[in-house]
Write a protein that binds this ligand. Structure first.
Ligand code: AMP
Ligand code: ZN
Length: 493
């Protein structure tokens, strides 16, 4: 299935038709996490968007070569590692592992290559040596290296900043800066006393943040590739600097599409620790929110719009996921008369096309969601009126499967994820007494099924005190039993 996907390209400032260079294989690079702390929901908004795009490209028949870096060395990591008296590696690995777990919690697919900056230090030094040879980089007295932006007249083409009149040779050596004025940025930092460093062909030191992405992208994707992704905060300086480094060396366009997701705000404000509105994924799970609601909410607003994260929105997301799950359950377990009504196969096909059309239109997830909910509403009404027949079920379920190939919220693993978050919180002493008690009582799906079978057995042998005891145990664990004519159904409170 080929696609006419259109994407907003920050570089051209336009929404353009997407076609990969090679026709079938999409080379893409997304900037990954800096592993100095647990990932927050803003980070995950961007990672969820990247995941949706990945999945849609695959559903459209493309093969992917997707690279994501893990920034496991930067100013913050070095500072925090020193504070905790740990090596950079020992400090960063804890947060790298946490990030990988969080990716699983949110059903984020693994990129084809997930690469650590510290595994490519020698390649970074080589890259910088070549830039120096061609006059794009210079060494300062202390052994640091800077990129000479005056040598790269296209500097500013991504962020559309006008750097005319900039002061040649002015330098900035921190990894993050927001200044609008262009200054030569650090490619390599010589070690300060007590700081971690690597021995390389350009001397001892550590890489700047920007060089790692230029180097790792080139290692895996070559001089030019199809899509470069990240949150909008990366446009300047990070991506502008990646372009300067890569394109001055290769003379070729680094990426065809530069795609940026707009920021996530919390209750209309920028997330910040001082405002008390700073949430990690783990914070939300420990507050009792389900992984599927969080993924749904992050996915529901198109990447081209800011996402205003609210707790009200999260509650609605949970209801939407429930609605989809109940709908699927109804189709799977309902007793429908034999036969078919062609109207429903048509509705299924129309819904599939509308979902696709929404996603092709610059990954407009809200259009895709509206299409699927229109179908749910219509089919539910028809089922209430007794119009659905046995053979109508399969095409309707197939649409839900195709939806879930992208959105991946109907498949339920919420309980295991919440338990894992609680176990983690317990291991680091972050859990309240109520949460610890709930964890003691909580049961996995398999345990619930086994207890229900035991209770049925007890009822059959008229051991009512045992069957009541099991019912109470289930109730303490938040499990509600419903005795129906088709047997016992259960759900979580
Ligand atoms: P970092 O770990 O800070 O390097 O960020 C990892 C990714 O999260 C980058 O693509 C950032 O652009 C993105 N990001 C950070 N904060 C937010 C936010 N509030 N909303 C959306 N994306 C964000
Ligand atoms: Zn990057």
């Amino acid at each position: 299935m080929s696609t006419m996907l259109r994407l907003s390209n920050t570089l051209s400032g336009k929404t353009e038709d997407f076609r990969p260079f090679d026709g079938k294989l999409v080379g893409m690079y997304s900037c990954g996490p800096t592993v100095y702390d647990y990932g927050h929901i803003g980070n995950f908004r961007t990672f969820v968007f990247v995941d949706l795009l990945r999945r849609f490209l695959r559903q459209s028949g493309y093969k992917l070569n997707h690279v994501m870096n893990i920034t496991d060395v930067d100013d913050k990591i070095i500072r925090n590692a020193a504070q905790h008296k740990l090596s950079v590696r020992d400090y960063a690995i804890k947060y790298e592992d946490a990030f990988l777990e969080d990716m699983k919690t949110l059903n984020l697919q693994q990129p084809e290559h997930l690469v650590r900056a510290t595994d490519y230090i020698q390649q970074m030094a080589q890259f910088i040596a070549q830039l120096e040879k061609r006059g794009f980089a210079y060494r300062t007295e202390d052994g640091s290296y800077y990129f000479r932006i005056a040598k790269f007249p296209e500097y500013g083409k991504l962020s559309k900043k006008d750097f005319a009149g900039m002061e040649a040779g002015a330098r900035v050596d921190v990894d993050e800066y927001e200044k609008d004025d262009a200054r030569d940025f650090a490619l390599w930092k010589s070690p300060k006393p007590g700081e971690a460093f690597w021995e390389t062909e350009i001397g001892p030191g550590r890489p700047g943040w920007h060089i790692e992405c230029s180097v790792m992208a080139r290692e895996f994707l070559g001089d030019s590739f199809d899509i470069h992704l990240g949150g909008e905060d990366l446009i300047f300086p990070h991506h502008e600097n990646e372009i300067a480094q890569s394109e001055s060396l290769t003379g070729k366009a680094m990426a065809h599409f530069w795609v940026h997701s707009r920021f996530l705000l919390v209750e209309g404000e920028k997330m910040s620790k001082s405002l008390g509105n700073f949430y990690t994924l783990r914070d939300l799970l420990l507050m009792g929110h389900k992984a599927s609601s969080i993924r749904y909410l992050l996915a529901s607003v198109p990447y081209t719009r800011q996402l205003n994260f609210t707790f009200d929105g999260l509650k609605q997301a949970a209801q939407s996921v429930d609605r989809l799950r109940n709908f699927k359950l109804r189709l799977q377990t309902g007793k429908f008369p034999q036969g078919s009504n062609p109207k429903f196969a048509q509705l299924a096909e129309q819904t599939r096309l509308k979902m696709r059309a929404g996603l092709e239109d610059d990954m407009n997830t809200s259009v895709a969601l509206a299409a699927v909910f229109d179908m749910v509403r219509e089919v539910n009404a028809s089922a209430d009126a007794g119009e659905i027949k046995q053979d109508d079920v399969a095409p309707l379920l197939a649409v839900l499967d195709s939806f879930d190939e992208i959105f991946d919220v109907i498949r339920d693993g919420d309980n295991e994820k919440t338990r894992a978050a609680m176990e983690w919180a317990r291991s680091v002493g972050k859990i309240s007494p109520e949460q610890a008690a709930a964890l003691e009582h909580s049961l996995s799906d398999e345990q619930v099924e086994a207890l229900i079978a035991e209770r049925n057995q007890a009822k059959r042998s008229r051991d009512f005190s045992k069957s009541d005891e099991i019912r109470n145990q289930l109730s303490d664990a938040g499990i509600v039993l419903e005795d129906t004519k088709d047997g016992v159904r259960w759900k979580r409170k």
